[in-house]
Design a protein around this ligand. Sequence first.
Ligand code: C2E
Ligand code: CA
Ligand code: CA
Length: 667
Amino acid sequence: MLTSQTATMFAAFLAQAFGAAALAAVLQGFHRHYRRDYLRQWTLSWCALAVHFLALAVSIPLATEYASTHPLRIVTAATGLAAGYLQVGWLLFGTYTVATGRGVRRRQMVWILAGLAAVAGLALVTTQDPFVQFGLRGLVAGLAFVVAGVLVRPPHDRPNRLGRGLVATGFLAYGAQLLHYFGLALVPLFGAPLPSYASYLGFADLLLQAVIGLGMVIWLLEEERREQVQSAEQVEFLSYHDPLTGLPNRQRFFDRLAGALEQADRTGHKVAVIFLDLDRFREVNDCYGYSLGDQVMRVVAGRLRRTAGDGDTVARRGGDEFSILLPALDDDATAVDVAGKLLAAMRLPLVVHDREFIITSSFGVAVYPHDGGDPETLVRRADLALYRAKAMGRDTLQFYAPGMETGSPERMDLERDLRRALAQREIRLHYQPLVDLKTLRVTGVEALVRWHHPKKGLLLPAEFLPLAEAIGMMSTLEMWILREACRQTRAWQKDGLRDFRVSVNLSSRPFQRPELVGWVQDTLTDTGLSPESLELEITERTAMQDVEASQQVLKNLKDHGVRVAIDDFGTGYSSLSYLRTFPIDTLKIDQVFVRDLAADPRLAKTVIALAHSLGLKVVAEGVETERQRSVLTEDDCDEAQGFLFSRPVPAAACGKFLNVEFSSTPV
Ligand code: C2E
Ligand code: CA
Ligand code: CA
């Protein structure tokens, strides 16, 4: 027969077992969602606690029926004790993982758990008295909970951590309670009777467990919220910063320039726009590789930042171009002074990875108000001045002068050549495969334009597209490119490549032409290519230039079945919240992210997850290494493009990769 005291204890143990099991179930639910190691360890810890209490509860009626040597009682006691000690181990692993952000190594875990099991075994063989066993376990678990409580205390500098605070308090109080049990276990050793409240203590434990459980739930929700805010901030940061150097980007520079002009209007100050371009930077990239090129870019950014004044804005325009805004100048002389200092600073050798580089730069300067009254004009004229500085042999500084608009002789030669080039078939397309990361099959190609110049050799797009843009040839050029790419793709499809796509780049000028949709439609009809086989790539900058007009054009293209990709994501506005309003299909993550994968894998992962949440397919550009490929595959990126698979090659050379599966070794 159970006495009323043992009956109360039985009920309390049973209630605690259910309480612990419920908390374990909640933690397991969170673990399934968040996939955190510490959640798994805590789940195990509370499962063990449930088993521990269940065994304790069961042992009470068993004690009235059987002798202490009965196998049933021994098994129950052993199970309860083992679970009670293992619970301590998992509690500490989980807490250590949360508190330090580092996990416990598997080997160490095994050793610690084995040690705890040994202690449990020792307790079992040294004493038959369940009360003493219970008390001893109270000592070990109590100390563990106190340590855990201290470990999870929220850091002082981060207030508003209700959940974590509750968990810490709950752990400490529960630890104190367990130590109290140890104290109680000592009482009979001195021949004193147990205080009568002892059998009710289990209900207080239940309350503490409820506090811990509630604290954990609130904590996890707070964490979730904090992570959401963090990724929103990250995306917000990307909207206005260049990911490589952390400097403000082109858009922010432009905004600041507009602000500075308004201010200057009121104060009568002058404003200078300085553009800077590294001389022969491409050679650094070509000779030493992109990662060193990136390093150099960061060092240059730091040097410019230090040389410029506190109130000045140093921004990266993209590629190897930077811009500096000097607001509120008293006179032109100050602009000359600062630009001269920057020029001198850039001449000093740069040291990257113990290598010394001398990289000079060219500067172009335009000053408000006499060189232009609005941001666009100032930017264009600073660019012209820069162009002239380069034409003058680089490593020099040019202020804008009205004569510059007409252009240099060198540029006029090139312009004449370019006009002829299309007719002479010097403009050709190269193709680079896009590879499905899951199946490693080629799903399509991107068409990239090249100019086989009779004297200068093979020219890359960066070397002649700006010129084509400047002389108003872009639309003609791109319509030719579009037609040629569609024709070639249709030919490949006829050769048996089904579901094969081509991506064609579209710059902002043609994109804004009202005839665009008609052109695209005619091209598709003439070449026989189906609209879903064509994807047009536009950069964010192009899409954002006139948001409403872009939305309309994209909608028209979409209505015709043509796919649209946002190119170079991460180098411009990078505002996914904005892109949400565009009917697009694909997001192409820029090479800078891919190159930074090893250093900061979270960024690409965040972008991929966000893009997927908007229903977009994600293509990573510039994949050069096997490691980048595997990280991207892990991050659930859909497709990749890059030298790892193939460089851009002429159509005739595409046979190598078409219709074949990539064994993920470079072709
Ligand atoms: P994009 O659209 O981002 O094209 C990808 C560029 O990355 C290509 O340079 C390609 O050769 C390069 N690339 C591909 N894989 C890798 C890699 O693994 N590592 C590295 N470092 N680079 C890789 P490309 O051909 O010089 O083109 C440069 C840019 O010129 C293009 O960037 C695009 O914005 C523009 N462009 C090229 N063809 C056309 C065109 O037909 N029309 C227009 N509007 N723009 C074009
Ligand atoms: Ca592209
Ligand atoms: Ca791109």
